[in-house]
Ligand binder design. Structure first.
Ligand SMILES: Nc1ncnc2c1ncn2[C@@H]1O[C@H](COP(=O)(O)OP(=O)(O)O)[C@@H](O)[C@H]1O
Ligand SMILES: [Mg+2]
Length: 500
């Protein structure tokens, strides 16, 4: 398939060979939590009503996480840990995502699932260390020299170079030379341009009347906008044109630039075997502790000199009951270090075995770690809240649904699970599409309810036809629980670990 546009011009769609390709920006993927855009709190940390920022209900937990948000945002705390505990589908992951949005781009937020530490090609503690260091931001301030001014004129001469008399020179190649005149309100200077600068200027489409900066060290050109003095000549220019003042004073200026990196990125760049390319491959391997010690010392030094700021971010570990004793004790210790992020963990387990041991503990978390946690619990949703969440999802997935259909879906959600109901939104809309209706009606919900069974019905079916399945071990006295999908896997793994 060819012709997918990355950034479209004014026309929304392109037709290539009879095939319509939608603009990429409109094809943004919809994830389970893509409707969540924050915690939906007002300035006094009170949850706003009516699905603000995609968040519905769960007021107590949102408020609690709002307090955490305040503390993180003020930059004072690190090394605290918060546990989100509650039944499956009560919005634990959603609230963590809300916190991430609320904190914004400049606060690092790392998300991982407990089981991830077992699947990487490195030790568990290394995986956790990397995750921790990804969650600590370092803001490095740097002064650079730039030239900033309004372009008065660009003059480019192209001449054919003979090339014959130059050893290794391109035969008959084009040679470009040029001059650039820049001005501020106080002065004007003409600069000679080399080929590289000419290319850079034409790549950025710089023309007379643009206000630009040129980084002296790297030669990087940045367009700041069009000068106001030109605003009259360009009535026909699009509304996206930004007009700026012609700079004042000297053409050469010192400018402060801020680089945002994480400790992990500094680690990778400085670990000699891999270098920064490993950042792109994601295959960073294990990093020596000496490297980290040096970096920590350096960062502290920069901080004292006022050249860097440390920003403790958040490490979020979902399904934290998948961690084992070794991981928990590592976390316990790591939280005490000076440069620890805020740890947010989530679990849906009650009193259960700590992975790989015979010890039972609340949430499957050892008591000494539990003792440090601030626990935020999430409660199951009411019918009305489920209805509201579903209507938010309909909006997110661009689905029109009749009120009575939504009501039915909410009832299904209350009786089965919120997640099952959410899955039905898009499937029901496909069913409606099939009957060429723009709106989902009750009959579409009924149809997909028959096509896709929920866990309860599936289990019932399994019990009825138990004998016909392979490896059935169902004990009649056993109460089955909903959402214990990975529990079985847990048990198997555990027994493998403990048996020699
Ligand atoms: N309070 C809420 N407001 C809006 N959407 C929610 C809320 N709680 C849960 N959801 C949505 O319901 C689904 C299940 O919630 P999730 O956060 O995955 O539950 P948990 O992590 O507690 O098992 C997700 O799609 C989530 O975005
Ligand atoms: Mg979850």
């Amino acid at each position: 398939m060819s012709g997918i546009k990355l950034s479209g011009d004014s026309s929304g769609t392109t037709t290539t060979g009879g095939m319509t390709v939608r603009e990429m920006t409109r094809l943004e993927r919809i994830g389970a939590h893509s409707h969540i855009r924050g915690l939906g709190l007002d300035d006094g940390l009170q949850p706003r009503k009516g699905g603000s920022q995609g968040m519905v209900g769960q007021a107590k937990a949102r408020k609690a996480v709002g307090v955490i948000y305040r503390m993180i945002n003020e930059g004072k705390i690190g090394g605290r840990a918060i546990l989100l505990a509650g039944k499956p589908g009560t919005g634990k992951t959603a609230i963590a995502m809300g916190l991430a949005h609320q904190l914004g781009e400049n606060t690092p937020f790392t998300t991982m699932s407990g089981s991830e530490v077992f699947s990487l090609e490195m030790s568990k503690t290394e995986a956790l260390t990397q995750a921790m260091r990804k969650s600590i931001g370092v803001q490095i301030l740097e002064e650079t020299e730039v030239m900033e001014g309004e372009v008065v004129e660009i003059q480019i001469d192209t001449s054919f170079a003979s090339g014959d008399n130059k050893p290794g020179g391109k035969k008959g190649g084009m040679e470009k030379t040029g001059r650039l005149t820049l001005c501020t309100t106080d002065m004007e200077t003409v600069y000679d341009l080399g080929t590289k600068m000419i290319d850079a200027l034409s790549k950025e489409k710089v023309t007379a009347g643009d206000v630009i900066t040129i980084d002296k060290a790297s030669g990087k050109i940045t367009k700041l906008g069009r000068s106001f003095s030109r605003s009259r000549d360009y009535d026909a220019m699009g509304s996206q044109t930004r007009f700026v003042q012609c700079p004042e004073g000297e053409l050469q200026k010192r400018k402060e630039v801020v680089h945002n990196v994480s400790l992990h990125e500094i680690d990778v760049i400085n670990s000699r075997q891999q270098g920064f390319l490993a950042l792109f491959a994601g295959d960073t391997g294990e990093i020596k502790s000496e490297v980290r010690e040096q970096i920590d010392a350096k960062v502290v030094e920069w901080k004292e000199e006022g050249r860097a700021k440390i920003i403790p971010g958040v490490l979020f570990i979902d399904e934290v009951h998948m961690l084992d004793m070794e991981c928990f004790s590592f976390l316990n210790r790591a939280l005490e270090s000076d440069m620890a992020p805020v740890l947010v963990i989530a679990t849906n387990r009650g009193i259960t075995n700590i992975r790989g041991t015979e010890y039972k503990s609340p949430h499957g978390i050892p008591l000494d770690l539990l003792d440090r946690l601030m626990i935020v619990s999430t409660d199951p949703y009411t019918h009305d809240e489920i209805l509201k969440i579903l209507s938010v999802r309909c909006e997110e997935e661009d689905v029109e649904m009749a009120d009575d259909a939504l009501e039915l879906l909410a009832r299904i959600g209350t009786e089965t699970s919120l997640r099952y109901a959410i899955q039905m939104v898009i499937t029901a809309s496909l069913a409606a599409e099939k009957r060429k209706s723009a709106q989902v009606e009750i009959e579409d919900i009924k149809r997909v309810y028959k096509l896709f069974v929920d866990v309860k019905r599936s289990t019932q079916y399994l019990m009825e036809y138990n004998k016909e399945y392979m490896y059935n071990e169902l004990d009649d006295s056993d109460e089955y629980a909903v959402d214990n999908g990975d529990e079985e896997a847990d048990k198997k793994e555990d027994s493998m670990e403990t048996s020699p």
